[in-house]
Design a protein around this ligand. Structure first.
Ligand code: AVJ
Ligand code: FE
Length: 445
C-alpha cells in the first residue's frame, strides 16, 4: 500500500466494496425468488446461499474481527460455513429467504461502511486491516464468478445480457513462442492484495519451452472431437479415461448436438460455435487429452507465469503481461463486461513482452501440477483459505476468465479446482519443450 495515503486507500476500498455489491445485486436480482432458492446443479449452491454467505463472511471478518462489533446473526454462521455444508446439501438447510438475505447483507454492509470510516488504516494496523477489506472484496467477486457459473446452468429464458467482446483488429496468426531458459521470479512479496498462496516471491529456474500465443479455440477443439478424440483412449490419462467413461463425455460442457454439427448454449442462447473463440467448459482431463492428441502438453504453473510476467529486457517479473498498470478494458476481457471469451487476437494491448496474448481474462487456463505452497509459505489470515487444499486433489488454473473481476485476478493469482470440473469458465493453452535447434537459438541470443 506504500504510496497511498489513508484517505485514498479508504476511498478505494469503499469503491471496490460498492462495485462488488453492484455485481452481486445484479446477479441475484436477475431471477425471481423461486430461481434464487432452486439448486440448478448438484455442483452449485442455490444463488441465495452464495449471497448470504458473502454477507456472513463479511460479518465475520469485518464487522466482528476488524470492527470488534457485536455479531449481527451469530445463529446463521454454521449454515453459511462452506466447510460445514457441502454444496449438494445446501438447498436442504433452513436458509434465509431472498428477502431476509437482502436485508441481512444490507445490514452487514451498513456496519462495514461505518467500520471502514472509523478504522485505523495506518501504522501497525494498516496492512492487517486493509488486507481484510481487500480480501472481502475478492471473496465477493469470486462468489460472483461462481454465481455466474450457476446462471450458465440454469434453465429457462436468458436473463443476462452484455455487449459482445471486441473483435480482433487485424489478421490473426497463432504461433508457438519460445520462452528463454533461465531464472524467473515467481509469486510476489509486494502485491498488497495477493493472497497467501501467491507469496512469497521466489526464484525458479525454467528450461526453455514453447507456449502458444493464444488459448485453444473452439475450431481447434472441434477437430479433436471430429477426429474421434473422445473415443481414443490413447490420448487420455488413466484417471481421465475413467472419468470420460463414467460421465459419458463427448464434447465440452454446454456444446449441443444439432444433426451433424455442434452448437453452444451460452447463458440460455443456443448458437453456432464461434470457431476463433477460446474453448470453455472443459475439464483438466479433456485439456490433457487434447494436448496429447495435438502432440503437445499443458504448461506447468511456473511456465504459464513466466510466459505472462517475464520481461526479457530487464529480467524482472511484471504485475501483468502488459506491464504494471491495473487491467483496463483495452488489456483483457474481465469483470463480466462481456459474457463470453473474446475471439483470439482481440487484445493486442494485453500481450506479454514475449508476445503471448490473452493470458489474463477470457478463460481460466488449466496448468499441469497440483496445489503446493511456495517455499516460505505462511498461511494468512486463516489456514482455511489455501492451506487445507494443498495436496494432489486439485489442479491449478491461471489467468482469470471473462467472469472474474480484476480485483480477484493478477499475474500471480492461483485458482484451483478438481480435475473433473467443467461448469467453471475453464479453457487452456498448449506448450511443449523447446527442441534442440530452439535451445541453440536461445543460447545464442
Ligand atoms: C479460489 C475459487 C477455489 O470458490 O472455492 C470462495 C474461492 N474461497 N470462498 C472457491 C473461495 C472461499 C475458492 N476458489
Ligand atoms: Fe466463500
Amino acid at each position: 500500500f506504500g504510496e497511498l495515503d489513508t484517505e485514498t486507500l479508504r476511498d478505494r476500498v469503499a469503491r471496490q466494496l460498492t462495485r462488488s455489491r453492484a455485481r452481486s445485486t445484479a446477479l441475484t436480482d436477475a431471477v425471481d425468488d423461486e430461481d434464487l432458492i432452486r439448486q440448478h446443479s448438484k455442483l452449485m449452491s442455490p444463488l441465495v446461499w452464495d449471497y448470504a454467505h458473502i454477507g456472513n463472511q463479511e460479518e465475520l471478518w469485518l464487522v466482528r474481527d476488524v470492527g470488534g462489533r457485536e455479531p449481527v446473526r451469530e445463529d446463521i454462521d454454521n449454515m453459511y460455513d462452506a466447510f460445514q455444508n457441502a454444496r449438494a446439501d445446501r438447498p436442504a438447510l433452513p436458509l434465509l429467504s431472498p428477502t431476509e438475505t437482502r436485508s441481512y447483507v444490507r445490514e452487514v454492509r451498513d456496519k462495514v461502511m461505518d467500520v471502514l470510516a472509523s478504522t485505523k488504516l495506518e501504522g501497525r494496523k494498516l496492512v492487517e486491516n486493509a488486507f481484510a477489506f481487500g480480501m472481502i472484496v475478492q471473496h465477493e467477486q469470486q462468489h460472483n464468478e461462481t454465481m455466474l457459473a450457476t446462471h450458465q446452468l440454469r434453465k429457462g429464458d436468458p436473463v443476462l445480457h452484455a455487449p459482445l467482446p471486441p473483435a480482433p483488429p487485424g489478421p490473426v496468426v497463432d504461433k508457438g513462442i519460445l520462452v528463454p531458459a533461465g531464472p524467473f521470479t515467481m509469486g510476489t512479496s509486494v502485491e498488497p492484495w495477493a493472497l497467501d498462496n501467491e507469496r512469497p516471491a521466489h526464484q525458479v529456474h525454467v528450461d526453455a519451452f514453447v507456449i502458444d500465443k493464444y488459448p485453444v479455440t473452439n475450431g481447434m477443439y472441434l477437430e479433436f472431437v471430429d477426429a474421434g478424440g473422445y473415443d481414443q483412449q490413447q490420448w487420455w490419462s488413466e484417471e481421465g479415461w475413467a472419468y470420460r467413461q463414467k460421465a459419458s463425455l463427448v464434447a465440452p460442457r454446454f456444446w449441443v448436438r444439432d444433426g451433424d454439427r455442434w452448437l453452444r448454449d451460452c447463458f440460455g442462447v443456443v448458437e453456432p460455435l464461434v470457431l476463433d473463440e477460446p474453448v470453455v467448459h472443459v475439464c483438466y482431463h479433456e485439456a490433457e487429452a487434447f494436448a496429447a492428441w495435438a502432440g503437445k502438453r499443458l504448461p506447468t504453473e511456473v511456465e504459464w507465469e513466466k510466459a505472462a510476467r517475464f520481461d526479457p529486457a530487464t529480467g524482472r517479473s511484471r504485475r501483468y503481461p502488459w506491464g504494471d498498470e491495473d487491467p483496463g478494458p483495452e488489456h483483457a476481457n474481465l469483470g463480466q463486461a462481456h459474457l463470453r471469451p473474446a475471439r483470439i487476437g482481440a487484445y493486442p494491448l494485453g500481450e506479454s513482452p514475449l508476445g503471448v496474448a490473452q493470458l489474463i481474462g477470457d478463460v481460466w487456463e488449466w496448468t499441469s501440477g497440483d496445489f503446493h505452497p511456495y517455499p516460505g509459505f505462511v498461511a494468512f489470515p486463516y489456514r482455511e483459505y489455501s492451506e487445507v487444499f494443498f495436496g494432489p486433489d486439485y489442479r491449478m488454473l491461471r489467468g482469470g476468465s471473462f467472469g472474474a473481476d480484476a480485483a480477484a485476478c493478477r499475474g500471480t493469482f492461483r485458482n484451483w479446482d478438481y480435475a473433473i470440473r467443467r461448469q467453471i469458465f475453464s479453457g487452456f493453452r498448449l506448450a511443449r519443450d523447446a527442441g534442440p535447434e530452439e535451445r541453440l537459438l536461445d543460447e545464442q541470443r
